[in-house]
Design a protein around this ligand. Structure first.
Ligand code: ADP
Ligand code: ADP
Length: 224
């Protein structure tokens, strides 16, 4: 099941053209979207997540028309924004339980199972009773992944996840993402060359709203 992007363009109200005729076919696995700040990555990610409308173009995920079938998209998509907003006074366990309830898991015992599995998968089990306000950037990001995974997404969109993480957290987070890449399409936006070179099976480079290059990342890129 591919994510297919055809001729997507977006100009903001201030006249800034953020995306110019972007076309990409993204297969299952880890896919990197690499580009400098201001290249248009977040704009594309928000459009793919159905949070923003493009001016033109078509996007499909398998047989879902992303621009029109919002409900079907919501059920197959996990979106981790650049800054995952958390409720600082809530514990990881309580908030995840709450999101699981919103996801429609009505029985408390069922939620407990799901919540435990996700907290273990994201390496947050030990800190489940701590308040989110005290979490480090990396812990918040991993909590964001746990929330995004609640709906068993077939497409996971992750926007600049390693910005602001310390090296140990970065490695831990990227390992978590690569596990997810074994089950679904994971689209990773980043300005860090190594994130893509180390993890992704395919990549595209975006600059000033245009795709410059698409293909397999050269391992040598990591040496740059
Ligand atoms: P990236 O995520 O690669 O840093 P963005 O998609 O955030 O790039 O931004 C692409 C361009 O569009 C930048 O020049 C940015 O300043 C501009 N931009 C982003 N969001 C808006 C907005 N809401 N209104 C106007 N311009 C915007
Ligand atoms: P990024 O790190 O993705 O480039 P920014 O820090 O540029 O993100 O933007 C953060 C928020 O501000 C986004 O919601 C974006 O849409 C908005 N934004 C960015 N550039 C502009 C702009 N020139 N005018 C209005 N809003 C903007």
């Amino acid at each position: 099941m591919d994510l297919t992007i055809r001729n997507v363009s977006k100009t903001y109200a201030n006249g800034k053209q953020a995306l110019r005729n972007v076309s990409l076919t993204i297969p299952p696995g880890m896919y990197g979207l690499l580009g400098p700040n201001g290249a248009g990555k977040s704009t594309l990610m928000r459009i793919l997540a159905g949070l923003q409308q493009p001016d033109a173009g078509e996007i499909s995920l398998g047989d879902i028309d992303v621009r029109r079938q919002k409900e079907a998209l919501r059920r197959t998509l996990g979106y981790l924004p650049q800054e995952f907003g958390v409720y600082p006074k809530s514990t990881a366990e309580d908030l995840l339980d709450y999101f699981a309830m919103l996801e429609g898991i009505a029985r408390r015992a069922d939620r407990r199972q799901v919540v435990e599995a996700l907290l273990r998968q994201t390496n947050l089990w030990e800190v489940r009773r701590q308040k989110l306000g005290g979490f480090s950037g990396g812990m918040k990001q991993r909590f964001g992944v746990a929330v995004a995974l609640l709906g068993n997404p077939r497409l996971m969109i992750v926007d600049e996840p390693t910005a602001g993480l310390d090296p140990a957290e970065r490695v831990r987070f990227l390992n978590l993402l690569s596990e997810l890449g074994e089950q679904s399409v994971v689209l990773l936006s980043t300005h860090i060359v190594e994130d893509v070179a180390e993890l992704c099976t395919r990549m595209a480079i975006i600059n000033q709203g245009e795709i410059l290059l698409e293909g397999e990342p050269l391992r040598e890129v990591a040496e740059l």
